[in-house]
Design a protein around this ligand. Structure first.
Ligand code: NBX
Length: 826
């Protein structure tokens, strides 16, 4: 990024004016300790210090925050609204210090108060308001939007309980509730005055209004109030501070009113309890039907509040309703907010009295949709009876959208009723269901996938008919991740070396890392590179020991797979290889294999039995391997519990090898793959998602490629895949499966892993066995490459050097240029 005139370089007179120096920070921390925590230093707990410092940092954001809001309100610019059911923002204190540029000052201030900054930062409970990649992507995009000084707002749900905390007992995943708000949240500002009402249930009536126009009235069975809870999102070293606005649900009436007066006190309390449960808990993904009603209610709740808020902001700007789409663009993060299509129509038709055509034009120009999955089982649909009972008026609007849309299809393709059935917003093949991806596509001016391969497959498969009808609406925007959190913040050792080598500009312009290439073969530089990696591995080893009790040797190759546990991501393929290695080493103790430490992390959806069994398997292997003296110094297996943003900070910088081994065609993009690459890990991976582009950027010689291609996978499945054939053809694979089935990794209980082994032998939906031989061969190449430290280090340096494309700044610029027509305002 070119130097921006408003870029803040903290220090000197300006720093003093804004209180960014160590002395004023120290004073404020002390003040806040007393005035907000009611504590004096001698009795303050470490958490009190955390709160006092965080409030002091938040105060330093407020001025920028207010200024930014004012600037957007005054300027005739379009605002990008990122609508997402999840924002996995991670811990805030360290990141805000980094973006403000006052980490050193805060360290000095805390030291003067007898506190260690890192200890204080480590105390923060992270808001786990997301499941995984999709939620974290939204958070990276907010960071880039602010850093690029683009007018933007994030809209979502303020869950009281985020993603569950994962504990491991007897090798099994156990879910514990996440109580991130228990000790208070210093970053949030609740705005009781920014609140909207949302209807549920009831019935509709049509009537003609005073001007003789047809109007529909929705008489709701109940209403819920949404209250805005704002979190500041400061850009990196710029004045801009955007807003993440999350909605908290509340009962409309306080419970001593209407019902209480007629005597139904408990009924009234009940109503309040139901209203407040709406934003109570985040749903883990991959959950079956259970609890669906509440999830649909959550989606409608946050979408309606957000659109009403945008309409209010338009009014504040003094703009007429006709200019809505000029002033706002709303990006739908997957289909979770896709009810926005019907809700914006409803607000424009029923509440603002617009005609259908005009309302539809505004809606389409406002909305854009990002798809994050092709897996048929993950495409969202809602059964009609549930939808009708909860959202009768939006359903009518969906019917009318569908009627008009299918007319258009019929005109283009007369007599092609199978096409009409395929494209309909309603799936009539079984129980009638609304297809949310179709609704989002029809109601948007742009549709995009999240990596080049995924966007092509999207056009060719799931949305093929739509891409044929409106080719110009389809785009690709390859995902990106923020180099602030995932490099500068989490890997300070490497960040210092990068500053020194290519200059500090890389943090806001990641392509500058190309400057590292010139040093890739420099022996002295390589030594420093390795020393930093080694130090990061020591830190991770400490965390591993305190989390699991297992001691690992930082000199081993750290081979890491962290992500949600899912069959398509194939943690079990990795597990099969570990078992094979274990067998080889048992048989041939002298085998010249590099010492390896396999690290896994990730949560399984509570209702996903196979994923939970995979966790059990990894822990079973860990138990056997880590307690076998013959494996000492050769093999270690770790399942790191409760993988989240906070633990990710220690994991990515310590990786030598990044496992990105999904079945080709199944992982939309992946973003962990990018975080590993930036931190100098080499990738072993399939040609899937963004791996394709990572390999292109890194160079094929710096990437460990294996496995079937997406088209091979498709063909094999079409022609009839027989997993047993692969087992029969590969002794090592058969022995690994046999050993697992024998109970060797389940304390002699041979029943435990039977469902997993049988599933693989009979179905193996994700072709783990078909890819096994090639994976094992590729791992042998990894082993050989590791034995040459200079060669490995060169590849590691080149991976970091060529990771520039995967900055979320690049991705956000592409959204701004191609989809939002939105420019930065400084
Ligand atoms: O979105 C992920 C994809 O699987 C990744 O390939 C991709 O990199 C990432 C960002 O584009 N999808 C994802 O994380 N989905 C969910 O977390 C999810 C959450 C709720 C739900 C369904 C899926 N109901």
């Amino acid at each position: 990024m070119a130097a921006n005139p408003t870029t803040r370089v903290p220090g000197g007179a300006e720093a003093a004016r804004h209180g960014l120096d160590a002395e004023s920070l120290q004073r404020d921390v002390l003040d806040n300790l007393v005035s907000l925590q009611a504590r004096y230093p001698a009795i303050a707990t470490p958490h009190d210090w955390y709160m006092a410092l965080s409030y002091s940092v938040r105060d330093r954001l407020l001025l920028r925050w207010v200024d930014t809001v004012q600037r957007y309100a005054a300027a005739d610019v379009r605002v990008a609204c990122y609508l997402s059911a999840e924002f996995l923002i991670g811990p805030q204190l360290g990141n805000n210090l980094l973006n403000l540029g006052i980490e050193a000052q805060a360290r000095a201030a805390m030291l003067a108060l007898g506190q260690d900054l890192d200890t204080v930062i480590a105390l923060e409970e992270e808001p786990g308001l997301g499941n995984g990649g999709l939620g974290r992507l939204a958070a990276c995009y907010l960071d880039s939007l602010a850093t690029l000084q683009m007018p933007a707002l994030g809209y979502g749900i303020r869950y009281e309980f985020g993603i569950f905390r994962q504990a491991i007992r007897d090798g099994w995943q156990v879910e514990e509730t996440d109580k991130w708000l228990q000790k208070g949240n210093p970053w949030e500002i609740v705005r009781p005055d920014v609140a909207y009402y949302v209807n549920f249930g009831g019935h509709t009536q049509s009537a003609t209004d005073a001007e003789g126009r047809f109007r529909v009235r929705w008489t709701a069975a109940n209403q819920v109030k949404g209250v805005a809870c704002d979190t500041p999102v400061p850009g990196y070293r710029v004045e801009t501070c955007n807003t993440l606005r999350l909605w908290k649900s509340e009962a409309v009436e306080s419970f001593d009113l209407a019902d209480f007066n007629v005597g139904d006190y408990y009924g009234a309390v009940q109503e309040k309890v139901i209203s407040e449960t709406l934003s109570k808990v985040l749903y883990p993904n991959d959950e079956p039907e259970m609890g669906k009603r509440l999830r649909l209610a959550q989606q409608y709740f946050f979408v309606s509040c957000s659109l009403q808020d945008m309409l209010r902001l338009l009014e504040l700007k003094g703009e007429p309703i006709e200019r809505f789409a000029d002033m706002f663009v709303a990006q739908l993060n997957d289909t979770h907010p896709s009810i926005a299509v019907a809700e914006l129509m409803r607000l424009l038709l029923d509440e603002r009295g617009l005609q259908w055509e005009q309302a539809w034009d505004i809606t389409r120009r406002t909305l854009a949709y990002t798809n994050h999955t092709l897996l048929p089982e993950a495409l969202e649909t809602w059964g009609l009876p549930l939808f009708r009972s909860l959202l009768p008026r939006p359903l009518e609007i969906i019917y009318e959208i569908n009627r008009r849309f299918l007319d258009e299809v019929r005109q283009r393709h007369p007599g092609d009723e199978s096409r009409v059935a395929r494209m309909s917003l309603i799936d009539e093949s079984g129980d009638r269901r609304i297809r949310m991806a179709h609704l989002a596509t029809v109601g948007s001016h742009a549709v995009n996938g999240v990596a080049a391969l995924h966007s092509s497959l999207l056009r060719e498969t799931v949305l093929r008919d739509f891409a044929e009808l409106w080719p110009e609406r389809f785009h690709n925007v390859t995902n990106g991740v923020t180099p602030r959190r995932f490099l500068a913040l989490c890997n300070p050792g490497l960040a210092r070396l990068l500053d020194e080598t290519v200059g500090e500009g890389w943090i806001a312009d990641l392509t500058r890392l190309r400057g590292l290439e010139a040093h890739a073969d420099d022996a002295a530089f390589q030594r420093r590179w390795r020393a930093i990696k080694h130090a990061n591995k020591e830190v991770l080893a400490q965390h591993i020991q305190s989390a699991t009790g297992v001691v690992v040797d930082p000199r081993a190759l750290f081979d890491i797979q962290v992500k949600r546990i899912h069959e398509y991501k194939r943690q079990h393929l990795n597990a099969l290889y570990m078992v094979a290695l274990y067998q080889r080493l048992r048989r041939e103790p002298q085998l010249a294999l590099a010492p390896r430490c396999f690290v896994f992390g990730g949560k399984a959806a509570p209702g996903y039995a196979m994923a939970k069994l995979i966790i059990r398997l990894i822990n079973g292997i860990a138990e056997v391997v880590n307690n076998d003296p013959a494996m000492e110094g050769r093999l270690k297996v770790i399942f790191f519990p409760n993988f989240n943003v906070k633990s990710a900070h220690h994991i990515y910088p310590a990786a030598d090898l990044s496992e990105q081994i999904s079945t080709a065609g199944k992982e939309a993009s992946g973003t962990g793959n990018m975080k590993f690459m930036m931190n100098g890990a080499l990738t072993i991976g399939t040609l899937d998602g963004a791996n394709v582009e990572i390999r292109e950027e890194a160079g094929a010689e710096n990437f460990f490629l294996f496995g079937l291609r997406a088209q091979d996978v498709e063909r094999l499945q079409r022609e009839g895949y027989r997993p047993a054939d692969h087992v029969a053809a590969h002794d090592e694979l058969r022995e690994a499966l046999d050993l697992i089935a024998s109970g060797h990794f389940s304390r002699g209980e041979s029943e435990v892993f039977r469902p997993l082994v049988e599933n693989l032998m009979q179905w193996d939906h994700f072709l783990a066995l078909a890819d096994y031989a090639d994976y094992a061969a590729c791992q042998a190449r990894v082993d050989a490459a590791w034995q040459d430290p200079a060669g490995w280090t060169r590849m590691s340096i080149l991976n970091t050097a060529r990771s520039g494309k995967f900055s979320s700044d690049r991705a956000i610029r592409e959204y701004g240029d191609r989809i939002w027509s939105l420019a930065p305002i400084g």
